[in-house]
Design a protein around this ligand. Structure first.
Ligand code: NAD
Length: 480
């Protein structure tokens, strides 16, 4: 069986303990490769390599770093089909989605930050005849980048690319559930001529490898995307070392549909926002608030569209939803469907595991599920389900919709559909979320700040926000 390898000091190597974790294809439920079960010894090696290469990488002119990162971006483009297939096999997502979204975005993450560093400038502060100040932004040192399984290469590269562009060297850990495209990325970095040690990838479990990264005294900054409870644990481990932290955590996002919206656009976007990637995107709108005057019509049309979604073979061109990422995760999502019913919710469509014919009979498929009849304050409407399960809730006034959207510990994203732009701007101001869309969903400009409030995280990624995270400002004051 194929063994995935760690990428340390420019080489693809086995973990020190020579232990492996079975890597499962969610579409079939079968083991298809082995992931290194690394530990603190592998992290120590990765750290040594990253630390040794730091000065040289940090002091390279930005144009040099840019050239190498652009080469990585080009290689991702050249290998798009291989990477998309690998992502689909590892995660269960439709191949079409990996081809159109995940891998192009990984390519763009590298080219965006490779070119962003060619256009940055720093500040000066004139003090008249007393002197002046200038501020350098210097890379923090070795950075730790830890990513989740839902958008594997997309989110891993969203951290690694700005870290490398800023001049940091990196110890990275992709999710043990979806390690494969990070393994391929390591191979592309070797081809691109990235100097050894600048970027290291250590595979394995969060409680071993992730924990070793967050506790390592030499790793000065941690950029983490994943669940809120893991984020809290990381904040605790990092605190004694006073590390810089960027935490992109869970969400419970609302889609708000007002009576005066462009109805067809709101309807089709709400379906996409609910079920893209089997509902496993932190930005998915899983709580759909619909103004009372159009509630019944919207419910009927929404349920009709959802029941037509084609769930199945991720490799088929016509599939709209593939498999959930794992048996455990499927069980968790099913438990929320049970909870919703215990809380008094009514399943309008879906709710059941799907049994497909061979070779997909062991895969983790779930019907897209729509539930109504629950108050905004119940657990189903406050907690993150992270699967193809959404609830419909009626509201009367904009104020009521805002209160319902904010009635959760999370604060990541929200979409508002209305033709009254004044009302949209006013509502957007009052929504407790780091990202608000008006008449759209998941339209991304990589320059904008990305991240959440409340339990959805600390800090922002994207554009200069990411470059600032991976650098420290140093003020130099000069007297005449
Ligand atoms: P997770 O928290 O279980 O794991 C994320 C990563 O952290 C994995 O690589 C894991 O191995 C590692 N990890 C686990 N325990 C660790 C520890 N003690 N120390 C260090 N690292 C550890 O999350 P997941 O299940 O992989 O991903 C789903 C979650 O990610 C959802 O809650 C989702 O909302 C969130 N997410 C957030 C965003 C965002 O941008 N805000 C984007 C995507 C996903």
């Amino acid at each position: 069986m194929e063994k995935i390898l760690n990428y340390i000091d420019g080489k693809l190597i086995e973990p020190v303990g020579a232990q492996y974790i079975e890597n499962i294809e969610p579409a079939t439920g079968k083991v298809y490769s082995l992931t290194p079960d690394s530990d603190h010894r592998d992290i120590e090696m990765a750290y040594e390599a990253a630390s040794k290469s730091f000065r040289k990488w940090a002091e390279l002119p930005a144009a040099e770093r840019s050239r190498i990162l652009l080469r990585i971006s080009e290689l991702i483009e050249q290998n798009l089909e291989t990477l998309a297939l690998a992502e689909s096999k590892d995660n269960g997502k439709p191949l079409k989605l990996a081809r159109m979204v995940d891998i192009p975005r990984a390519r763009d993450n590298f080219s965006f930050f490779a070119t962003a560093i060619l256009h940055t400038s720093t500040d000066t502060y004139d003090m008249g005849l007393s002197g002046f100040n200038y501020t350098l932004r210097q890379p923090v040192g070795v950075a730790g980048c830890i990513s989740p399984w839902n958008l594997p290469l997309y989110l891993f590269s969203w951290k690694v690319a700005p870290a490398l562009a800023a001049g940091c060297t990196v110890v990275g850990k992709p999710s043990e559930i979806t390690p494969y495209t990070a393994y391929l990325l390591g191979q592309l970095c070797i081809k691109a001529g990235l100097p050894p040690g600048v970027f290291n990838i250590v595979h394995g479990y969060g409680h071993k490898v992730g924990q070793a990264i967050t506790e390592h005294p030499g790793i000065r900054a941690i950029s983490f995307t994943g669940g809120t409870s893991t984020g809290k644990r990381i904040a605790q481990s990092a605190a004694p070392h006073l590390k810089k932290l960027s935490l992109e955590l869970g969400g419970k996002n609302s889609t708000i549909v007002l009576e005066d919206c462009d109805y067809q656009k709101a309807l089709s976007t709400a379906v996409r926002a609910s079920f893209s990637n089997q509902g496993q995107i932190c930005l998915c709108g899983s709580k759909i608030l619909v103004q009372r005057g159009i509630y019944d019509r919207f419910k009927k049309d929404f349920v009709a569209k959802v029941s037509e979604l084609k769930v199945g073979d991720p490799y088929s061109e016509t599939t709209q939803m593939g498999a959930l990422v794992s048996e455990n995760h499927l069980e968790k999502v099913l438990s929320y469907i049970d909870l919703a019913q215990e809380e008094g919710g009514k399943v309008l469509t879906g709710g059941q595991r799907i049994q497909l014919p061979a070779p997909f009979d062991g895969g983790y498929y779930l019907e897209p599920t729509v539930i109504e009849g629950l108050p905004a304050t119940c657990r189903t409407n406050r907690e993150e389900i992270f699967g193809p399960v959404v609830t419909l809730l009626p509201f009367d006034t904009a104020e009521e919709a805002i209160a319902m959207a904010n009635a959760t510990e999370y604060g990541l994203a929200c979409s508002i559909f209305t033709s009254d732009l004044n009302s949209a701007h006013l509502m957007a101001r009052q929504i407790e979320a780091g990202v608000v869309w008006v008449n759209t969903w998941l339209l991304r400009d990589l320059r904008t700040p990305f991240g959440g409030m409340k339990s959805s995280g600390i800090g922002r990624e994207g554009g200069r926000y990411a470059l600032e995270f991976f650098t420290e400002p140093k003020n130099i004051c000069v007297a005449y």
